[in-house]
Design a protein around this ligand. Structure first.
Ligand SMILES: Cc1cc2nc3c(=O)[nH]c(=O)nc-3n(C[C@H](O)[C@H](O)[C@H](O)COP(=O)(O)OP(=O)(O)OC[C@H]3O[C@@H](n4cnc5c(N)ncnc54)[C@H](O)[C@@H]3O)c2cc1C
Length: 450
């Protein structure tokens, strides 16, 4: 519940918090004075995507007073349309020289997954420069270590949040399949990416085409077998997950304000967040506005080489056919996930303005792939396009801003915002609790691109 009080240009927000839960915290032992000051501290979370919501829940759990600000309903940004995978296998940055060499050919393939909108090209300059720097061996190795670090902490963080919010039923643990079109492409992957993933600690089993068919009998035989990742989990509804997190947040005294963040004024003792026609002050803020974080930060003179990497999805009606788990067609870089309302086919990497019109031919390509995977013409129930907030080194941007310590950042999760949402919230919370010790966040700092 929320009460708004207007005072000249300033609008203060007071939340009716659950005094029972405060009392409970006090009675829980430990350092009472530390907890009192924590509860006095008001943290503003900008952005209610999966990253902002996860961060809000962790901060609330730690005893802070938390307000979220978003210009639209929670969970309706990139977090709405993803493939739903908690992708434990994703431990390799995209930037490497072997990938660079493939890019020209990928761009000329009209039905391929990679494309660039002509008008967006100038906006890719600093990203491209940093991408090429990230290809060098030492950077690539550091990137792998950083991804592994996040992955190894992620599962526990996810479980904590799912349990806290009572959202366990929205996540399934059936593993996932990654299939290849031909024996040659499968073999090539076994000698390169799959080998590297295994060295990165990913649990995987290679399976034949027959074994894949046994696991997913309703799939067509479009493949030559592939890999089974038993530890991959998926959500049957990314939006229901966000909404469950919102419910928990509100029920525990959190406030959500719908407004647009225009600019920030950081001061020594607090931060002013300027909205459409008002301002709100917080002791600290966390910027979780996904792609838009780049514009918000540029107004403070902080430049981040993050870009809009759009992805598409189709909601499919496949009749009585069923899938038990997500299935990737890895040569095409797409994933088909069984969700609550329909089967979702997601993919494409289109570097384009966030608000550029939908490119119909990408939807057509996805539909063709869907038909091949299901072995029949499937019906499309819904279509969606959204922007991944992508960084050149595939690592999110997480931690305090060097010159504005009251501003923490948590964005740039690219292909892995759902996978790394919970651990990001946990890391930001410990960074706010113990601002002296942020060594573990060095690989994710915003200033790494300076
Ligand atoms: C096709 C596709 C498939 C994907 N599949 C997966 C997957 O399987 N697994 C995975 O881990 N990841 C996946 N991702 C990536 C994942 O969806 C994103 O990384 C993640 O959603 C980013 O979350 P976020 O909270 O940072 O951003 P968002 O969800 O975009 O949230 C940002 C929020 O900030 C708000 N906002 C922005 N600007 C302002 C402003 N000025 N004022 C107020 N509010 C503002 C927005 O309204 C929005 O609600 C996929 C992405 C796509 C596109």
């Amino acid at each position: 519940m929320m009460i708004l009080r207007a005072n000249n240009n300033e609008r203060s927000i007071f939340c009716i918090t659950k005094f029972v839960s405060i009392a409970f915290n006090f009675l829980g032992g430990g350092d009472i004075h530390r907890k009192e000051s924590m509860q006095d501290k008001h943290i503003g979370i900008l952005g209610a995507g999966i990253v902002g919501l996860s961060t809000a829940l962790y901060l609330q759990k730690a005893g802070y007073k938390v307000t979220i600000i978003d210009r639209q309903a929670p969970g309706m940004g990139a977090s709405f349309g993803n493939a739903g995978l908690f992708a434990d296998y994703a431990r390799l940055p995209f930037a490497k020289f072997s990938m660079m060499r493939k890019i020209p050919k990928m761009l000329t393939d009209k039905s391929g997954s990679l494309s660039i909108q002509g008008r967006y090209l100038p906006h890719l300059m600093s990203y491209g420069y940093e991408f090429s720097k990230a290809c060098f061996n030492n950077k690539y190795t550091q990137g792998k270590a950083a991804m592994r670090y996040l992955q190894e902490l992620s599962v526990e963080a996810d479980h904590e949040l799912l349990e806290l919010a009572g959202a366990q039923s929205l996540v399934r643990s059936e593993g996932c399949l990654g299939l290849f079109s031909t024996p040659e492409s499968f073999l090539k992957a076994q000698k390169s990416d799959l080998k590297e993933r295994r060295e990165q600690g990913v649990n995987m089993h290679f399976i034949s085409a027959d074994e894949a068919q046994e696991m997913e009998p309703d799939l067509a035989r479009f493949h030559s077998g592939g890999v089974f990742y038993p530890d991959t989990r998926f959500t049957v509804s990314p939006i229901a997950l966000s909404r469950q997190y919102v419910n928990h947040f509100i029920n525990n005294g959190g406030c959500i304000q719908q407004d647009e963040v225009i600019a920030l004024s950081p001061r020594e003792s607090d931060v002013s967040v300027h909205l459409n026609d008002s301002s709100v002050n917080f002791d600290e803020i966390v910027i979780c506005t996904g792609l838009a974080s780049k514009t918000i930060l540029s107004r403070l003179g902080v430049n981040i080489p993050m870009v809009s990497e759009r992805g598409y999805h189709l909601g499919l009606n496949v009749g009585p056919k069923k899938l038990s788990r997500p299935v990737g067609w890895l040569d095409k870089a797409i994933f088909m996930t069984p969700m609550e309302e329909s089967i979702r086919l997601a993919g494409m990497a289109e570097f384009a303005f966030e608000d550029a019109p939908i490119v119909e031919s990408r939807l057509d390509t996805l539909l063709q792939y869907a038909n091949v995977m299901m072995g029949e013409e499937v019906q499309v129930n819904s279509t969606w396009v959204g922007s991944r907030p992508s960084t050149p080194d595939s690592l999110p941007i997480v931690g305090p801003l060097k010159h504005y310590p009251r501003i923490k950042v948590a964005f740039g999760h690219g292909h892995l915002g759902l996978t790394f949402g919970a651990i990001t919230g946990k890391l930001i919370t410990s960074c706010i609790q113990n601002s002296e010790n942020t060594d573990n966040l060095q690989p994710f700092m915003a200033e790494r691109f300076d």
